[in-house]
Each structure stands twice: as C-alpha cells, then as structure tokens.
Design a protein around this ligand. Sequence first.
Ligand SMILES: Nc1ncnc2c1ncn2[C@@H]1O[C@H](COP(=O)(O)OP(=O)(O)OP(=O)(O)O)[C@@H](O)[C@H]1O
Ligand SMILES: [Mg+2]
Length: 254
Amino acid sequence: MKIVFNDVSFRYNGKYVLNRVNVEFETGKIYVVVGRNGSGKTTLLKVLAGLLEPEGTIFLDDDCADPLLLRENVGYVFQNPSSQIIGATVEEDIAFSLEILGLDKEEMQKRIKEVLNLVGLSGLEKEDPLNLSGGQKQRLAIASMLARNTRFLALDEPVSMLDPPSQKEIFRVLENLKKKGKGIVLVTHELEYLEDIDSIIHISDGTIDFCGSWEDFMMKGFEDVEIPFKWKLWKKCGEKVRWEDRYENSFDER
Ligand SMILES: Nc1ncnc2c1ncn2[C@@H]1O[C@H](COP(=O)(O)OP(=O)(O)OP(=O)(O)O)[C@@H](O)[C@H]1O
Ligand SMILES: [Mg+2]
C-alpha cells in the first residue's frame, strides 16, 4: 500500500507552510522527517494523518484520499503527548482510541494488554494518565496509536521525553512493526538510535529538498542536522554495525 502526495500545499493564515510537496510513503518502510524548527515537519505529518485538509491531491493506492480515509489508515502520535490523552485511566485512554472501530469487549481488552506490553506500561492499566511522567505519557500515546492497528503510523517526536535506553526500546518496537508491514513516518532528532531507516526526508521552509537513503543524506550534508557518528562508521565498514554489538552498551553507561 502506498500514499502519494501530488503537489500538496498547506497554508496557515494565508502563508504557505507546505509548498507543492511531492513524496511517497509505502508500507514496510521507515521514513524519517528532519529539518529545522518551523520548517513544516508537524504540518506534513498532520496532513498525512488526515488532521489537516491540504491543497493538491493525495492518493492511497489508486484512490483519491480525503482526510477521513487518511485518518482511517494512518495512526498519529502528537508532538506533545498531553494533547492526545483524554481517558481517566490508562486503559480507558486506549479504549477511547478504539471506540470508533466498534470492537467487542474481549478484543478490546486483548489489544489494550498487547500494546501496553509493547510500550512497557503493563501494570499501569488503572493509573490516572495525569500521574504519569512525560516519558510514560509518550509511551501511552504510542500505545493508543498502535491499538488502532492502522497500516501507516505517523509519529511526531515520539521519544523526546524518554531517556536513551527507552528511546532505543521504542525504536526497536517500531522497527519490528516495519518488519510486519507497517509504513512508519517519524519526526525525530534521535537519529543515532535508529538502526533501520529506509528514507530520510529533509524539509526546509515547507519544501522537501531531499528524500533518499541515509548514505546519500550524509554525503549531501545539511547544516541543520547532525550526522550520527555511527553512520560514518557504517559507511567506513561498508556494512551496518550495531554499536551495541561491538561495545556491549558500555558507551551508554559512561
Ligand atoms: N496552528 C498554527 N497557526 C498558525 N501557524 C502555525 C500553526 N502551526 C504551525 N504554524 C506555523 O507553520 C510553520 C510550520 O510549523 P510546523 O509545526 O509544521 O513546524 P515543525 O517543523 O514541526 O517545527 P518544530 O521543529 O518546532 O516542531 C511554522 O512557521 C509555524 O509557526
Ligand atoms: Mg513539529
């Protein structure tokens, strides 16, 4: 399955913040969106997830995709997880995101258990989300999105409040979902903890000025994005070396 943007633009108060964007997202791939503050990353993700109605055309395979169709097919995690939390307990919060699917109670409970386990929040089912730490709220927001089981996942800086080991943990979850065929579009600054990136998308002032492999991105060099040391190592070795395999986590503990 594929989502194709065809000359997609979006304006706030008459000013274009996305300008004639042409890009494709496929299932089974991880896309990372980078660019400086205010460049349009969040706007791009919100349009993809059907939360904003743009100018231009978006296709979902052969169908012209309106925001409703996109909302059905793209899960979304907000940059600020508190914007997304509405339930009085953790399990209720996830149940809200499932309401529209009309699942029976048993299936709902099963999904809630599954996603809480995936994001490492098992045991907190009855907790008030307001009592959670910033990192736990991010985990909950991710769980609510995962529970919907959409084919595409759009996540806006989903690990910004987590410590490095937890960031890696969440990225491993996303990489496994990619293997199961999800299409993942991620805004993040934590490039060094990702092991598996299919495409980097660089956005400047609402325009995509690069879309390609991490190798090509590194060669091109953008001053607003710091290249992880690991990529330079990968390039030099001619293969992907997992930092952890070589140094057995000693690097993190220092
Ligand atoms: N609700 C809004 N009303 C008016 N302008 C907005 C609104 N949201 C975003 N903008 C403007 O649109 C532009 C793109 O914003 P966007 O949030 O997409 O950028 P971003 O790349 O996600 O930034 P950041 O790295 O800070 O999250 C910015 O100039 C921003 O000020
Ligand atoms: Mg943003």
